[in-house]
Design a protein around this ligand. Structure first.
Ligand SMILES: C[S@@+](CC[C@H](N)C(=O)[O-])C[C@H]1O[C@@H](n2cnc3c(N)ncnc32)[C@H](O)[C@@H]1O
Ligand SMILES: Nc1nc2[nH]cc(C(=O)O)c2c(=O)[nH]1
Ligand code: SF4
Ligand SMILES: [Mg+2]
Length: 222
């Protein structure tokens, strides 16, 4: 099975429970959800004219829609070739759950790596039992997709981007509809905006939720 990869890099996880963890990021191409404030819009469209060789994809100096096909074994070979040291794999996108992530996670877990998925929860989550699933629920976005009950129940953490009181109310309504009392909830201010950050801080304190501030953007790493 091949995965359409937009970016593959080693960095520090900047969001959620694993913040601070050295990680290998695998960013898949394609997302139809359409969040207006999405920080990875270059991953939305899958155009065959944007398919490039693995070498060209890996040499990109800017965010582009170019992607390359990799099997799980190809990714593993690259991780070895680049001497990546991190033992935590983060699969993101785009929306990674449009494809079955089980073979990819299995390949790395069999070698002692931990795995994590960043997903909007709008597609069925196909992965291993051990994989840590971060659901960032997408409510009423342009693409018309809805959060799945199966995604809410599979979530190891819920990480909700917020900028307005409406975002908070939408999250509360969603949490009330699902049995997620034991799942940690993070609020992530949208695009480092001051008002969004203030709202997230106050709302976290009021609800005993956690704050996730996209650390990588503050320290200027990938
Ligand atoms: C780019 S998305 C890719 C994975 C998946 N499509 C999802 O939405 O979870 C990765 C994470 O970044 C968050 N995110 C995207 N744009 C953001 C922004 N402008 N500010 C804060 N968080 C953002 C998403 O909610 C998600 O938690
Ligand atoms: N450092 C770093 N941490 C991240 N956590 C989630 C990310 C994402 O784009 O999914 C991300 C990212 O792009 N970079
Ligand atoms: S679901 Fe994720 S990748 Fe897709 S538009 Fe929303 S934030 Fe961006
Ligand atoms: Mg990001």
């Amino acid at each position: 099975m091949n995965y359409k990869i937009n970016e593959l890099f080693e960095t520090i996880q900047g969001e959620g429970s694993f913040t601070g963890q050295p990680s290998i990021f695998i960013r898949l191409q394609g997302c139809p959800v359409g969040c207006s404030w999405c920080d990875t819009k270059h991953t939305w469209d899958i155009e065959l004219t944007d398919q490039v060789s693995p070498e060209i994809m890996l040499a990109k100096k800017a965010e582009t829609a170019q992607w390359a096909n990799f099997s799980a074994e190809d990714i593993l070979a690259l991780v070895k070739e680049k001497h990546f040291n991190a033992k935590h794999i983060v699969i993101t996108g785009g929306e990674p759950c449009m494809v079955d992530l089980t073979p990819l996670c299995e390949t790395f877990e069999n070698l002692g790596y931990s795995t994590q998925i960043e997903t909007s929860g709008t597609f069925e989550i196909l992965t291993t039992a051990k994989c840590w699933v971060t659901v960032s629920p997408k409510i009423k976005m342009r693409g018309g997709y809805d959060i799945l009950a199966s995604a809410m129940s599979r979530a190891n953490e819920i990480k909700h981007p917020v900028a307005t009181e409406q975002n908070v109310d939408d999250l509360k309504a969603l949490l009330a509809m699902h049995q997620v009392e034991n799942t940690p909830v993070y609020l992530q201010p949208i695009s480092q905006k001051k008002r969004a950050t203030e709202l997230a801080i106050a709302t976290c304190i009021a609800n005993n939720w956690r704050l996730s501030v996209q650390v990588h953007k503050y320290i200027g790493i990938e």
